[in-house]
Design a binder for this molecule. Structure first.
Ligand code: FES
Ligand SMILES: [Fe+2]
Length: 374
């Protein structure tokens, strides 16, 4: 399905007369390939928190639309990100997460690399004419972080992460996200397009129905943004990050500004990351596109370090972890059904509600990127 044959007029029309996106942007392998070239290989994407690789030599491997990559904390304490393949014949180097012990050793023929990416050992290469070990280090990606959140990009000429984030740092300033620690993670394969996951977390139209037995009905207000991100706030003077009222909620973050006290910010950090920032915690919903109809959802939960030091923290945080996982599974159930339905030969885009403003905004961003020439 070539991009040029799709008609975007109704999808991009003013909300009152707009319709949902053409099904092909969720189902077409050709459009997924265009998204890979124009979005996934160009923009910043979230990986994890710096505190999740606390020690020298710590690493985490990730599968991405641009292939396997690995994040490593060097012996000089600097985080770096590399393509996760050996420069000899391309074996994968590191799996999962762990510690390199100082050297990355290829499991195939034992070439080895310093954790800053330089080639260290390469047995039996004396016959290779013109071989220069300085030209055969690991292939780097661009890497940047903000307040402990690490982002990478396949485009080494990508504008700085702070340009991408626009006014997000100001909006989240009083949450002091730099003082947070990741305490919980959860991953799930989802049989739906990556954009369905992002759209879902940006509207409360569904929460009273899909989540009637968990978080229930919610209301939201739009938050204007500058930069490559979207924001809305789910209104609640108490944290919505936990729903077990039999467990005492964890303390509010000290010094929250007036706006931040009104509820939880839900965001899309384009293209594939969402931060939900509540009065006592934050959690991320990070989407890795796998195919037009498959994604991997990685959720992480964070609390202020001072909160994690409280007596009984682990038991009290369990109510948050349970809520994050349960609500995500409720959404996934609906989204996988939606993906199947979007492949219907009879599907036609439907009219949008006034409560779908952020859904339209998510779609608009990716369409504009796809249609951009450069
Ligand atoms: S592929 Fe790594 S040493 Fe041969
Ligand atoms: Fe939901």
């Amino acid at each position: 399905m070539p991009l040029q044959t799709l008609d975007w007029t109704e999808a991009l029309a003013p909300l009152k007369v707009a319709k949902s996106m053409p099904a092909e942007i969720y189902t077409s392998p050709e459009i997924f390939a265009a998204e890979r070239a124009k979005i996934f290989l160009r923009d910043w994407f979230f990986l994890c928190r710096t505190d999740q690789l606390a020690a020298r030599g710590d690493y985490r491997a990730f599968d991405t639309p641009g292939g396997p990559i690995v994040l490593i904390r060097g012996q000089d304490d600097v985080l770096r990100c590399f393509a996760n393949f050996c420069r000899h014949r391309g074996s994968i180097l590191l799996e999962g997460q762990g510690n390199t012990g100082g050297r990355v050793v290829c499991p195939y023929h034992a070439w080895s690399y310093f954790s800053d990416g330089r080639l260290y050992g390469c047995p039996d290469m004396q016959d290779a004419e013109g071989f220069d070990r300085t030209e055969n280090g690991l292939v780097p990606l661009a890497l940047d972080s903000w307040n402990g959140f690490v982002f990478a990009s396949f485009d080494r000429a990508a504008p700085p992460l702070l340009d991408h984030l626009g006014d997000l740092p100001q909006r989240m300033a009083s949450h002091r996200l730099d003082l947070m620690r990741c305490t919980w993670e959860f991953e799930i394969d989802v049989a739906c397009n990556w954009k369905l996951l992002l759209e879902n977390a940006m509207e409360t139209y569904h929460t009273g129905i899909v989540h009637r037995n968990t978080v229930g009905a919610q209301t939201q207000r739009p938050i204007p943004t500058r930069g490559d991100w979207l924001c809305m706030q789910v209104l609640s003077t108490t944290s919505i990050a936990t729903m077990d009222r039999s467990v005492e909620p964890l303390p509010m973050i000290e010094g929250l500004d007036e706006d931040a006290r009104q509820g939880t910010y839900f965001t899309v950090i384009h293209p594939t990351c969402q931060f939900a920032v509540a009065q006592d915690s934050m959690w991320w919903l990070n989407v890795t596109p796998v195919a037009a109809d498959r994604s991997r959802l990685h959720i992480g939960g964070c609390f202020p370090e001072s909160t994690t030091a409280l007596p009984g923290f682990a038991a009290r945080a369990r109510a948050y972890d349970d809520r994050w996982e349960k609500v995500a599974r409720e959404d996934v159930g609906v989204l996988e059904g939606q993906q199947r339905a979007l492949a219907s030969a009879l599907f036609r885009p439907g009219p949008l509600s006034g409560r779908d403003d952020m859904v339209q905004a998510v779609g608009r961003w990716s369409v504009e990127r796809l249609l951009r020439d450069t």
